[in-house]
Design a protein around this ligand. Structure first.
Ligand SMILES: Nc1nc2c(c(=O)[nH]1)N[C@H]1C(S)=C(S)[C@@H](COP(=O)(O)OP(=O)(O)OC[C@H]3O[C@@H](n4cnc5c(=O)[nH]c(N)nc54)[C@H](O)[C@@H]3O)O[C@H]1N2
Ligand SMILES: Nc1nc2c(c(=O)[nH]1)N[C@H]1C(S)=C(S)[C@@H](COP(=O)(O)OP(=O)(O)OC[C@H]3O[C@@H](n4cnc5c(=O)[nH]c(N)nc54)[C@H](O)[C@@H]3O)O[C@H]1N2
Ligand SMILES: [Mo]
Length: 710
């Protein structure tokens, strides 16, 4: 394992002047950014008294917990705060993960599980690898991913990248780049299915034995259902991908068995993103590429790193489970008392364990500004009075920043636990300095399919007056008068307790000594091997026990925008919507190599890596008289940002790319000179829960005077 460029630059962040040094209290107007430093005890006293007052006056649901992914360890960050607040009676929480909600829905609907990935080593058994909206050279995914793809390429395995952007992965890992119009991938996948079915290239025996609903899908794909056959020619108009190319790729994918189709999370971070994910899963199924070495089921793409923990399938485990309706015996991180007894949301896949995220919560994470602004009158479950913000630059990282400012300003109280003065923290009443993972002990757990636990041992003492989340919660608990049986223990003791249920960690002391622990496996994991090899004893964990091309659970919802078989649909921020006349460009907001979201902004070494520019194709630039390096405005009804243009053929015409994570920094007219993508994105969500952060229409123009300000 090697650190990525962000890991290597992290030391500059630890010692950065941007670090918060003392507890701060707002003195100016909210958002003005004027604070005074105050002693810790006083700051925590104030937070505790606000929490108690609001609880007394309005009840726990008036407290909105706003957690984020700033810390990925087992203990610090969100975990400590959630455990404490549960003992305090809970809070209103939100459902939906921006990373993957559409993919989660698609994975659950098709397979009934998120454990659908395979070990990276297995790439070497494939004959063709399609990276569909996936850029691991930049986003890493788990350590070793790029290395294994590079090894596959060395071995002569053909690798194709399908992405509106010529990404780092397309450039260095792939043999071929297929540019595609954003948000239209489902149409291309359907056209591939059309070719495969028309030319009888599908795997009949596999379909018959392991899937349900193929006939209904076939009717749709062949045009029986709606009179439109989903041919490559039909898809060419929509996707801008040559029909011959679609036809050839369909033939190649279905005949070069085994083949790997990796349907990424980026194309699913769109309106109807769940349809993309489901259609890709269906393509894997009808070609029989599931449960075999060198094949790939796509889906959520989580892989087991330990044979012991394989729980998919098995007669007892599959089938419906009860919604979360009982109070558990011991406090657990996921158990928020405010949610106990709440019935599952109608639109969720609540009959499937893990089918939604989580099923008994009412406010979608991308809808919470409306929830704050409208409260119970607007049909939301609570009138929200305070925001408790931990480990997230929420304002910057979620859609519709301008609405967010209005919503956050309307609250009675905001506390943020942060390391730097982010645009979100700027809006808080109290900002508390948290230390970094270099200044405390924690354990990071494997992401998706990696076999590595990493012991994040404390390297230096806390800088300035910063404290760890655990230390803060220990003190705040006392002031709140809540009993903390778990949090009161010493840090290492808690870590031992939290890692105990993870049977993969066979030797805690060894992990601590070596700094990491690699889980040993007999053979690299391949999802659904048991199902395919011994179906009688290992049904799929869906309601039918089979791969669901048609999902009855979804059919029951009777929602045309959530069809029981996957479909291609347009929406009002799509290239063909009436809005596109005024705002003709499709905005992409992917993850950038020089930041982790908004973390690591303002780190000199990383600033050198790539300036924050808007990527625009020469065809679009020329029409608007924009030259490389010109300062441009990117705008729509939600707002306006001003950054330089990078005119490049690395992006398909009609699309524009503003990497997410740059810090919101408005001038006096409210134009964002920082180039925060979420000034332009829409705070709505797809019927399956996907965050449409890659589905916004915008227009661009030269900035007045074309000179840099601010
Ligand atoms: N460097 C870096 N790495 C990270 C992160 C980071 O911030 N920085 N964040 C981490 C986190 S939390 C997550 S969730 C993951 C996210 O990982 P991903 O979701 O995979 O990352 P993205 O870059 O958003 O999207 C991947 C690709 O999808 C493409 N894409 C977007 N829309 C479409 C579309 O409509 N069609 C097609 N075909 N392609 C499309 C983008 O151009 C991009 O190249 O990354 C993780 N890794
Ligand atoms: N337009 C657009 N927006 C996106 C995305 C996209 O693709 N497009 N991707 C989305 C995705 S996938 C994700 S996961 C989100 C991520 O969004 P966020 O979870 O908000 O991630 P960051 O911006 O990295 O903010 C994390 C914050 O946590 C702080 N922090 C770090 N460590 C700790 C700690 O130990 N304790 C505490 N209390 N704080 C800490 C950091 O200083 C930082 O400010 O962004 C989403 N936003
Ligand atoms: Mo994410």
């Amino acid at each position: 394992m090697r650190a990525c460029l962000r890991g290597r630059a992290y030391r500059q962040r630890v010692y950065s002047d941007e670090r918060l040094k003392y507890p701060l209290r707002r003195v100016g107007e909210r958002g003005e950014g004027i604070f005074e430093s105050i002693p810790w005890d006083q700051a925590l006293e104030e937070v505790a008294s606000k929490l108690k007052n609001i609880k007394e006056k309005y009840g726990n649901p008036a407290i909105l917990f706003v957690p984020g992914g700033g810390n990925q360890g087992m203990l610090h960050g969100v975990v400590s705060h959630a455990l404490m607040l549960h003992q305090f009676g809970g809070y209103t929480r939100m459902w939906g993960a921006p990373s993957y909600e559409g993919v989660l829905f698609g994975s659950m609907a098709t397979y009934g599980t998120i454990m659908t990935g395979s070990a990276r080593e297995d790439f070497l058994n494939s004959k063709l690898i399609i990276m569909w909206g996936w850029n691991p050279a930049n986003t890493i995914w788990d350590p070793g991913t790029s290395l294994w793809i590079a090894k596959a390429r060395e071995k002569g395995i053909k690798i194709i990248a399908i992405d509106p952007i010529f990404t780092e992965s397309a450039a260095i890992l792939a043999d071929k780049w297929i540019p595609i119009r954003p948000g239209t991938d489902t149409a291309m996948l359907l056209a591939m299915a059309n070719v495969i079915i028309s030319e009888n290239l599908h795997d009949d025996a596999f379909i018959e034995k392991y899937t349900i609903g193929f006939d209904k899908f076939k009717d749709y794909v062949m045009g029986q259902e709606d009179g439109i056959e989903k041919t490559p020619e039909w898809a060419e108009d929509i996707t801008k991908v040559d029909s011959k190319l679609i036809r050839n790729l369909a033939r190649e994918y279905s005949t070069k068995k085994p083949a790997t189709l990796i349907a990424g999370w980026g194309p699913a971070r769109t309106m109807f993103g769940e349809q993309f994910s489901r259609t890709a899963n269906v393509l894997c199924a009808i070609t029989g590429n599931i449960g075999i070495n060198g094949g790939y089921a796509s889906g959520f793409m989580r892989a087991y790193y330990s044979r012991e923990r394989i729980v998919t399938g098995g007669k007892k485990k599959s089938g419906p489970v009860k919604p979360e309706d009982e109070k558990p015996k011991k406090p657990r991180i996921q158990d928020n008392p405010v949610d106990f007894g709440a019935p599952p949301r109608e639109d969720s896949l609540f009959k499937l364990k893990g089918g939604t995220n989580p099923a008994n919560t009412r406010i979608h994470y991308n809808d919470y500004y409306n929830a704050i602004l409208e409260g119970k009158k607007g049909g939301y479950p609570a009138d929200l009075k305070m925001a408790y913000i931990v480990g997230t630059n929420r304002l910057n990282q979620f859609a519709n920043v301008n609405k967010g400012i209005k919503a956050l300003k309307s609250l009675d109280f905001i506390v943020a636990f942060e390391q730097t003065m982010t645009p979100t923290a700027q809006l808080a009443d109290i900002v508390l300095p948290v230390n970094t993972f270099m200044e405390r002990n924690d354990i990071s757990v494997p992401w998706l399919g990696s076999p590595y636990y990493i012991y994040l041992n404390k390297a230096i003492d806390s800088l300035y007056e910063s404290k760890s989340d655990l230390e803060i919660c220990k003190e705040l608990s006392k002031k709140l008068g809540v009993e903390q049986s778990l949090l009161d223990l010493p840090e290492e003791h808690i870590l031992r307790l939290l890692s105990a249920p993870r049977k993969d960690i066979k030797n805690f002391n060894k992990m601590k000594r070596d700094g990491y622990y690699k889980v040993k496996v007999d053979e690299p994991f391949v999802a659904f091997k048991e199902q395919i090899e011994d179906f009688e004893n290992h049904p799929f964990p869906t309601l039918s026990g089979k791969i669901e091309i048609y999902c009855e659970h979804i059919a029951e919802k009777n929602n045309p925008l959530m069809p029981p078989i996957p479909k291609y649909m347009s929406h009002d921020e799509h290239f063909d919507s009436p809005k596109a006349k005024k705002y003709p460009l499709q905005l992409l907001t992917p993850h950038n190599k020089r930041r982790t979201h908004s973390t690591l902004e303002k780190i000199p070494w990383l600033e050198e890596v790539e300036p924050h520019h808007a990527w625009t194709n020469p065809i679009d630039a020329e029409k608007r008289n924009i030259k490389d390096g010109d300062l441009i405005d990117i705008y729509n009804v939600r707002g306006r940002i001003r950054i330089p243009a990078k005119v490049t053929e690395r992006i398909i015409p009609g699309a524009i790319c503003v990497f997410q994570g740059a810090w919101y920094n408005p001038n006096k007219e409210g134009i964002d000179l920082g180039g925060c993508a979420n000034v332009l994105t829409n705070d709505v969500y797809s019927p399956g829960g996907a965050f449409p952060l890659n589905s916004s229409l915008v227009e661009i123009e030269l900035a007045p005077n074309n000179k840099k300000e601010g």
